[in-house]
Write a protein that binds this ligand. Structure first.
Ligand code: 5AD
Ligand code: SF4
Length: 477
């Protein structure tokens, strides 16, 4: 297949943040593409973070606007898009595996268009590998190019070539794009894009561009519209939501945004992800003052060792992290705190790992995403010497997970015999006459019920049993 390279990724360009003026693009679709999907189906496979889930909802909106309908048979759709994640090597391995399966499908149906988008194409190595060894992929586009999806599909159909458009830039802000939301009661709301933190292990600042905030007016408008459509919960999204507004040069910060969104009438507000250094007093006060802001905080700590934190470029210490959460727990005494932790950062010693365990006990996390460090080409940590054995890293992860799992369990046990409010998501996966949803503290709760009309409603549930991964309760009349 011939390659049409409209733009190729460059880690060097991604590292630079030249342009201070971030454009806001108002989405429109050119007339020539308006019905290219008529009579055809699409499927999107989404990997990785909530940012990707939100992006997939925009891609679905764009595809439906140009005539495509959602396929019920995802592997056999006319257009199949893999919205990928590059955060760790195992995330990428999974995606290469699915691509292998799609290769066979394309052989059966040569008219199928296969696209790959998201963070992986932003990496030079991944895009080069796709160009060299994955001939059956038709379109390759990055995190800054999703608004061009109609054009890319059209080009691929018309030229029968592989079309690549991956720009490595600061990025822009896309407004007014159509969205097909997965849920009718819970919604993702991007408040900002990109990341300027440059933690030394992380690829995200290179794949998602510069930190750029949406205007508060656009965000408030979106939440008001969601309220009018009957949504109960929003999760505000950004790689570092606490930096909201800094790039706009205004006095208005994330805390101010929480106060304003509280007035929209939305019942529940969540947000992710927070950075410990930027979590400020105003945000904590807003968590205390605003009934709609839920008593749960995901605050990635990554390590409990000051030397490792320094080498990770996290810009806070063990002591500063503890003092922030102590202050927050004064304001929100029943707070549920969760975190992210990496073990096996280059040359992490046994003693440094012990410091992480010490912090885990002191912080009393009620949940965590735990990872073994994964080397990402182009990041500063990729060049750091590392003599920790793979097996040792796995052992550390296992030990850490024991502590974390105990935290999950006690986080559930504290609600035993209490009546909690659950926003009902639907039938439980176990399929035994149970339904499930989440409490304000983000605890997954199952209860006996088969009344599907409760989906999207708030119900009261009395907790009767606490397990590691969920709580069980009885629906109150
Ligand atoms: N290796 C392991 N974990 C990573 N994370 C980010 N980059 C890496 C990496 N190279 C983790 C961090 C972050 C979460 C989203 O993913 O813990 O908070
Ligand atoms: Fe990656 Fe750090 Fe930015 Fe989070 S804050 S996305 S870990 S660079």
């Amino acid at each position: 297949m011939k390659n049409i390279k409209l733009a190729m990724p460059s880690l060097k360009d991604a590292r630079m943040r030249k342009n201070k003026n971030i454009p806001t693009i108002r989405y429109t679709v050119e007339t020539q593409y308006q019905s290219i999907g008529k009579g055809k189906t699409y499927a999107i496979f989404t990997y990785g973070c909530q940012g990707n889930e939100a992006d997939s909802e925009v891609m679905a909106g764009i595809l439906e606007q140009i005539g495509y309908t959602k396929s019920t048979d995802k592997m056999n759709a006319d257009v199949v898009i893999l919205n990928t994640c590059a955060i760790r090597e195992n995330a990428e391995q999974r995606i290469w595996g699915v691509l292998g399966q799609l290769k066979g499908k394309k052989r059966e149906n040569p008219d199928m268009i296969i696209g790959i988008s998201g963070c992986m194409p932003q990496e030079e190595n991944a895009t080069n590998k796709i160009l060299e060894s994955y001939d059956f992929i038709d379109i390759v586009f990055g995190t800054h190019n999703k608004q061009n999806l109609p054009k890319l599909i059209y080009e691929a159909y018309m030229t029968k070539s592989k079309v690549v458009e991956v720009i490595s830039s600061e990025g822009d802000i896309l407004e007014d794009a159509p969205k097909i939301r997965e849920s009718h009661h819970k919604a993702w709301v991007n408040i900002m894009y990109g990341c300027d933190e440059f933690c030394t292990y992380c690829i995200v600042p290179y794949t998602r561009g510069r930190e750029r905030s949406r205007s508060k007016e656009d965000i408030i408008e979106e939440v008001k519209e969601l309220v009018s459509l009957g949504y109960s919960e929003v999760t505000l999204l950004g790689q570092n939501v606490n930096a909201y507004g800094k790039d706009l040069g205004l006095e208005y910060t994330f805390g101010d945004l929480l106060y304003d969104l509280d007035k929209t009438g939305i019942k529940r507000i969540r947000f992710t992800t927070s950075h410990p250094r930027d979590l400020d007093e105003k945000t904590m006060q807003a968590m205390h003052d605003c009934d709609s802001v839920m008593p749960h905080l995901h605050l990635p700590v990554q390590s409990g060792d000051n030397e490792i934190l320094k080498r990770m470029n996290r810009k806070y210490t063990y002591e500063e992290y503890i003092s922030k959460i102590t202050r927050l727990k004064e304001l929100v005494p029943d707070l549920a705190l969760t975190t992210d932790i990496i073990v096996g950062f280059p040359n992490e010693t046994a003693e440094q790992f012990q410091n992480t365990l010490k912090l885990v006990q002191e912080a009393k996390f009620e949940g965590a995403f735990t990872f073994i460090y994964s080397r990402r080409e182009g990041t500063p940590a990729a060049t750091m010497p590392d003599s920790v054995l793979e097996q040792e890293k796995h052992e550390r992860l296992n030990i850490l997970n024991k502590y974390i799992n105990a935290g999950y369990l006690s986080g559930h046990q504290r609600f035993l015999n209490q009546i909690v409010e659950v926003l009902v998501d639907g039938p439980s996966k176990s399929g035994d006459g149970m339904m499930c949803g989440y409490t304000p503290h983000l605890k997954l709760t199952h209860f006996k019920c088969n009344d599907l009309s409760l989906i999207g409603k708030m119900v009261k549930v009395k907790i009767t049993d606490a397990k590691t991964w969920f709580m069980i309760g009885e629906l109150c009349e």
